[in-house]
Design a protein around this ligand. Structure first.
Ligand code: PEP
Ligand code: MN
Length: 377
């Protein structure tokens, strides 16, 4: 359940509610929003729920106590209506700007990584990716350079200024990966590795949580809940395709997940058209589609010579292809953002009963504002 505090509630009243929850052997998580604090009550309440609800509702400073409508609590928009904005070095994720994570599938050598890192940075990438520990379907495939690759990634960050995201495959690797990387990636095969989720929940690094290729949106959000409830609020969700009956593409990119998630959760959402499609020709159109669906960014695999790549050769873009993609993606994102913000402004204006044009000042959007509430992002 959520305890919604009155806007006027004092700090002591918030503390009073939290101690009452702790006294029941339950855990309170509070979120101070711009106009009120919400406290989520987490734990097994069993039969005492109705009585507890009444008792908490009677405490000073409490406005309302409401049952939680979803199994994920801290990740839900009910708990936190404002979007989570994540800052890593100079990159900001989830603030309406375009996040572009780009780099090779695997770090193969110092030179290969530096050539890619400098190329993608010059083309406008905001975060550098590169696999050090690789989860490969075959035990005979290249497994990654491990810690050597982590060192190259850290050097590439020094050279380009870009923060680094790389995968961590097991709890015993979390400390070393967190030492070198700025964002920890949980791969699709590990989305329900609960000991790993709990381990990354305990470190001070944002987590990029890829969707399990057979996971529902709810299971995915429950995985995010593991991380957030372990103490790490900075989770980025990444749609990377799910397995369906279709075999033409490597996976099926579930674009509907993007607006669904923006409705259900405050966490930022990005799309990975490289793993979703498995074909480089499809990466640009699906990156654009992801942005069209409202994603906060994309993750794209780039290699200076994809044909020589030691992993995922068919889906990696070369640098000219990456530059062409960016030449389309960046202006389209900027235009969409402008139109969405104008639309949200127009909807607010309409709700306040004032003429729409006065607030939007945007003739390209048209003079009919969308009905209802503002669209998130
Ligand atoms: C990756 O991004 O390197 C990767 C292995 O992706 P996924 O877990 O989505 O297959
Ligand atoms: Mn890959």
């Amino acid at each position: 359940m959520f305890v919604v505090m009155a806007g006027t509630a004092s700090e002591a009243e918030v503390l009073g509610v939290k101690s009452a929850i702790l006294a029941e052997g339950l855990t309170p998580y509070d979120h101070a929003g711009p106009d009120r604090t919400v406290i989520a009550v987490v734990g097994d309440m069993g039969a005492r729920k109705p009585a507890l609800l009444e008792r908490l509702a009677a405490l000073p400073g409490v406005k309302a106590v409401t049952p939680i409508g979803t199994p994920f609590k801290l990740a839900s928009r009910e708990f936190q209506p404002e979007p989570t904005i994540i800052r890593v070095l100079d990159a900001v994720i989830g603030d309406g700007g375009l996040t572009v994570m780009a780099g090779p599938c695997s770090v193969e050598s110092r030179d290969q990584l530096f050539e890619t890192a400098e190329g993608v940075a010059a083309a406008g990438a905001t975060i550098l990716r590169g696999g050090a520990f690789k989860p490969r379907t075959s035990p005979y495939s290249f497994q990654g350079l491990g810690v050597e690759a982590l060192r190259y990634l850290a050097e590439a960050r020094e050279r380009t200024g870009l923060p680094v995201v790389t995968e961590v495959m097991e709890p015993s690797q979390v400390d070393i990966v967190a030492e070198y990387a700025d964002i920890l990636q949980i791969g699709t095969r590990n989305m329900q590795n609960y000991s790993l989720l709990t381990a990354v929940g305990r470190v001070a690094r944002p987590v990029l949580l890829k969707r399990g290729y057979g996971a529902t949106i709810e299971e995915w959000l429950m995985a995010a809940e593991y991380i957030v409830s372990s103490g790490n609020p900075n989770v980025i969700l990444c749609e990377r395709g799910i397995r369906t009956f279709e075999t033409y593409t490597r996976n099926t990119m579930d674009l509907t997940a993007v607006p669904v998630l923006h409705g259900l959760t405050h966490l930022p959402v990005i799309v990975d058209p490289s793993h979703a499609t498995g074909k480089r020709r499809l990466v640009q159109p699906m990156a654009l589609a992801g942005i069209g669906a409202g994603a906060d960014g994309v993750m794209v695999e780039v290699h200076p010579r994809p044909d020589e790549a030691l992993s995922d050769s068919e889906q990696q873009l070369d640098l000219p292809m990456f530059r062409s993609m960016m030449a389309v993606l960046v202006p389209i994102h900027a235009q969409l953002r402008r139109l969405r913000e104008a639309g949200a402004g127009a909807a607010r204006t309409a709700a306040e009963g004032r003429p729409a044009t006065a607030a939007t000042g945007d003739s390209t959007f048209g003079d009919r504002p969308p009905a209802g509430a503002a669209v998130p992002r």
